[in-house]
Design a protein around this ligand. Structure first.
Ligand code: XMP
Length: 512
């Protein structure tokens, strides 16, 4: 495996992904871990990420100096390169101007790291740095240059120290041959073999879950979303009937959601599934509640209460399955600290401690797109594997204002049309989320010769990579037109449709 030590770059996760795409397992650790921890992973290679600091700052993050003497090949990227330089006796200085964006890289040594790269003379790379190498450390030599940087890449290749450094970012899409460079590092220099596949992941995870659980019973809160579905299917593959899944119908689900879960998990996978219809209990508590945070808290609390009550009926439950993904795990070890709470996310976070359950998190090493591949591998249908994200508080935060059965019915009808038209236009997988929002106002319209005074539906559609930032989707006008027409004609009680053209930030994806 390859370890990626994180110095706080926004691209750190991309490095790990690119290496995994080469079918070599890679894992991210914060740069602050001690040498013993690093060595305990027995890495075949180590990548030092970029980062926002300067090596000559007082509290600049660093690595244990002995790291370079372990005989493990190391690749320093951007800040990682400056750190290697600094610690090995070279000089790093502030560049007269920050170097940002595209640069033409000329390769001077194609023997290993740049094998097959830039054969047409030069190759495009993506730079983003404010410091540069003034003097290489002893023993290093330059292996590539650009117009601005005589040392855009360097190496020191002797038995004891195999150190490679890049001033640019090979992990980003703007460096077209970046994947080849990273592959060269892991295959040629570290000697890794491309053996990390989803099938091997399933085998390992199945064995781990069996070892962990023994003969105990396990429960899982199944929502029908990709993460909990794949986590449940994988756990089921490992321990079969020792697993029971609970699906709580909270009354604020979309059309067909509950049936889909029933069909996939009970009928097709023959998994122990209990469906609890708690529609009335949820809707009673949501009556006349307008404040979004209160809605979220009520739904979260109510969910936990029902889940707890039902699981008490099962004897001998010791574990809870959660679909935690790798990005959540990394965020919690990042040394940049947590960000402010913008919205209270509904999840099952409070459950394990309350119910004294131990956690099984079979996806905690995977990225979202890997989870989808895994879902396919486990035989889940496309409707689940490619489902767009859906918030835990469901339609309650898309019916703005008071949530009633009547208003939910209007929203569901509109939402179904939005989804159908997005799918029909072939946009479903390219768009992060597309949905309808029912506004708490009425406006005047005219239908036939009659004045109407009815509801407004807002359509929200965004593109995003991770939900953290998002842009409004540039859906073709005719698709928007069809949605608007159909909603106004087919959904009783709606006489106006608007399209939300705000990005996140400063807006958020959901309206509440
Ligand atoms: P916002 O509205 O904060 O949403 O821009 C970012 C992403 O998170 C989803 N979302 C939630 N997901 N529980 C979830 O599991 C929640 O409470 C929740 N609230 C928002 C939202 O749909 C978007 O994908």
């Amino acid at each position: 495996r390859i370890l990626v030590l994180d110095f706080g770059s926004q691209y750190t996760q991309l490095i790990a992904r690119r290496i995994r795409e080469a079918q070599v397992y890679s894992q991210i650790l914060p740069c602050t871990v001690p040498l013993a921890t690093i060595l305990a992973y027995r890495p075949q290679g180590i990548v030092l990420s970029g980062g926002p600091s300067s090596v000559y700052e007082k509290k600049a993050p660093s690595v244990p100096k002995d790291l370079f003497d372990q005989g493990i090949p190391i690749l320093g990227i951007c800040y990682g390169m400056q750190l290697v330089t600094h610690l090995s006796g070279g000089d790093v200085v502030k560049a007269p101007h920050r170097e940002y964006g595209r640069a033409e890289l000329v390769i001077d040594d194609r023997s290993d790291l740049f094998k097959g790269v830039g054969e047409g003379g030069s190759t495009v790379v993506w730079m983003s740095h404010g410091d540069r190498i003034e003097r290489m450390p002893p023993g290093f030599r330059s292996i590539a240059h650009t117009g601005n940087s005589p040392v855009a890449a360097m190496k020191r290749d002797d038995h004891k120290r195999r150190l490679y450094c890049l001033q640019f970012h090979p992990e980003v899409a703007h460096t077209p041959e970046g994947s080849t460079i990273l592959r060269n590092f892991v295959y040629e220099i570290c000697g890794c073999k491309p053996t990390w596949t989803m099938q091997s992941y399933v085998d390992t995870a199945v064995k781990q879950i069996r070892d962990q659980v023994g003969k105990d019973r396990v429960i899982c809160a199944l929502s029908g979303g990709v993460d909990s579905s794949v986590a449940a299917a994988l756990t089921h593959r490992a321990i079969g009937d020792q697993l029971t899944c609970l699906f709580v119908d909270n009354g604020v689900l979309r059309v067909g959601e509950r049936d889909q879960v029933q069909k996939t998990f009970a009928s097709q996978l023959h998994l122990n599934l209990r469906i609890l219809d708690r529609t009335n209990q949820f809707l009673d508590r949501l009556k006349n509640v307008i404040d979004p945070e209160r809605k979220r808290k009520i739904i979260g609390r109510q969910f936990i209460a029902h889940f707890e009550e039902e699981s008490k009926k099962l004897k001998g439950v010791k574990y809870l399955v959660q679909g935690t993904l790798y990005p959540d795990v990394i965020e919690s070890v990042s040394f940049r600290g947590p960000s402010a709470t913008i919205k209270t996310h509904h999840n099952v976070g409070g459950l394990p401690a309350r119910m004294r359950l131990k956690l099984i998190e079979p996806l905690r090493e995977l990225f979202k797109d890997e989870v989808r591949v895994l879902g396919k591998e486990l035989g889940l249908p496309d409707e689940i594997v490619w489902r767009q994200p859906f918030p835990g508080p469901g339609l309650a935060i898309r019916v703005l204002g008071s949530v009633t059965k009547e208003r939910l019915a209007i929203l569901r009808a509109a939402e179904t049309i939005v989804e159908q038209e997005i799918r029909a236009a072939g946009l479903y997988r390219d768009i992060w989320q597309a949905f309808a929002v029912l506004l708490p106002i009425r406006t005047v319209g005219v239908m036939g010769d009659q004045r109407t005074y009815e509801n407004v539906i807002a359509i929200r559609a965004v593109t995003s990579l991770d939900g953290m930032t998002a842009d409004w989707a540039k859906i073709p006008n005719d698709v928007l037109g069809r949605m608007s027409n159909r909603i106004i004609n087919e959904v009783k009680g709606v006489n106006r449709v608007v399209y939300d053209i705000s990005s996140k930030p400063p807006s958020t994806i959901e309206w509440e």
